[in-house]
Design a protein around this ligand. Structure first.
Ligand code: XIL
Length: 378
């Protein structure tokens, strides 16, 4: 009996030791023992991340993508400047994007299409010429790309970032047309005015009556900008339905969610509730949470701004708070996608915004996402 007790005690000690070595203190690389994030959220929403040509060639990235995520967005490869010809009338170049899309579908991973119409990463010729020519360019681009990928894409960002970064304070938020990126910023607006948004969605809806269509933007945790976007989407949907259509023209709003450790989760919740109240779906489309606020395209190595344990904890808490909110609205949120796997290759590398660090070690943020309520209690 004594021996059995002793053996049992040794067994317990070993178990405790094993459990401790895989806890949340410090970054750990024990990928084989950890939860598959996509399974944690199986009953809630699709869980996504980005894919690009570099990831596709790297087994370490691909292991993470296939293990933890069930939907991807091409980081750059499906943007207008990548697909559309260099000059008007030239050949579309689908090779790079096709490789990503086909490889992902073959692995049973869904693909979100990003993005059809944007003021950035677009060929110059597309927004040059007479209004009629530019209108034709917009329609042709949407038709060509959507026809090419018909049946392969789960949902599309039809228009990206059309509303001003900061909407004009003291102006009428109901008049969304005065809150759009204007002549200086958007080639589409310069030639077509505010009409290009409705034209883009109607063209996309006609190209594929069944696929989910999104308006995607950032700073939507700002209540004023959220109000403008809600008004725009509601007005376009109301008009479309008043013509006898039974479904929405715009199915959902993508909240990019480029956040930082000071972002207010209650404000994020407020915007989600506002969008739900106008009868559309909400995607969290490009989530990352910066530790140091360094801004867009602050490329670095992920080692450039070293972080300490307590900063990493704040980041993890923010991820946990946000996921707790997302989970509450699962009926309305089809997808939560993150914008980057690891801090080194993130577009905001110097802000260390990801779940994996620059050596692919799991950060505290990973464990926060793997079990938000447990993390918050601890
Ligand atoms: C970013 C990419 O991550 C970078 O590689 C690229 O240089 C610039 O664009 N909003 C979007 C995304 O909709 O397409 C952007 O992606 C990030 C901000």
């Amino acid at each position: 009996m004594k021996i059995i007790c002793r053996l049992f005690f040794v067994f317990l000690v070993i178990l405790t030791f094993a459990a401790c070595s895989s806890t949340q203190s410090g970054n750990s690389k024990k990928t084989e023992q950890i939860q598959e994030l996509k399974n944690v959220y199986n009953d809630y929403f699709l869980l996504g991340n980005i894919i690009n040509n570099r990831y596709l060639r790297d087994p370490e990235y691909m292991e993470i993508i296939t293990k933890h995520f069930n939907i991807v967005t091409a980081e750059n490869e499906m943007k207008p400047d990548q697909l559309a010809p260099r000059e008007r009338g030239g050949q579309y170049n689908f090779a790079n994007a096709d490789r990503l899309v086909n490889e992902m579908l073959a692995q049973n991973i869904k693909v979100h299409g990003h993005t059809l119409v944007w003021h950035k990463q677009t060929r110059a010729w597309m927004t040059q010429g007479t209004p009629e020519q530019v209108r034709q360019n917009l329609v042709n681009h949407i038709n060509t790309v959507m026809a090419h990928y018909k049946g392969k894409i789960f949902s599309w960002d039809v228009v990206n970032e059309a509303v001003l970064e900061r909407v004009n304070p003291g102006t009428n938020l109901n008049d969304w047309k005065i809150q759009l990126r204007n002549e200086e910023d958007s080639g589409w607006f310069r030639v077509l005015g505010s009409d290009y948004i409705e034209l883009a969605f109607r063209t996309a809806r006609a190209a594929d009556p069944d696929v989910m269509l999104y308006y995607n933007d950032y700073n939507l945790n700002n209540s004023r900008k959220a109000q403008v976007v809600a008004n725009m989407v509601k007005q376009l949907n109301d008009k479309y339905k008043s013509e006898g259509n039974t479904r929405n023209l715009i199915d959902g709003i993508g909240m990019q969610a480029h956040y930082n450790i000071n972002t207010s989760a209650p404000q994020v919740r407020q915007s989600i509730e506002l969008f739900i109240s106008i009868g559309v779906k909400v995607d969290i489309s490009e989530l990352d949470v910066e530790i140091k606020i360094v801004g867009s395209n602050s490329f670095g190595t992920g080692k450039d701004s070293p972080t300490n344990e307590s900063e990493q904890k704040l980041q993890a808490i923010k991820y946990a708070e946000l996921f707790s909110v997302f989970m509450e609205y699962k009926e309305h949120i089809p997808r939560v996608s993150m914008w980057g796997i690891d801090d080194e290759s993130s577009w905001k590398s110097m802000g260390n915004p990801c779940l994996w660090d620059n050596g692919f070690n799991l950060k505290q943020a990973f464990f926060a996402v793997a079990d938000p309520s447990k993390f918050l209690i601890q």
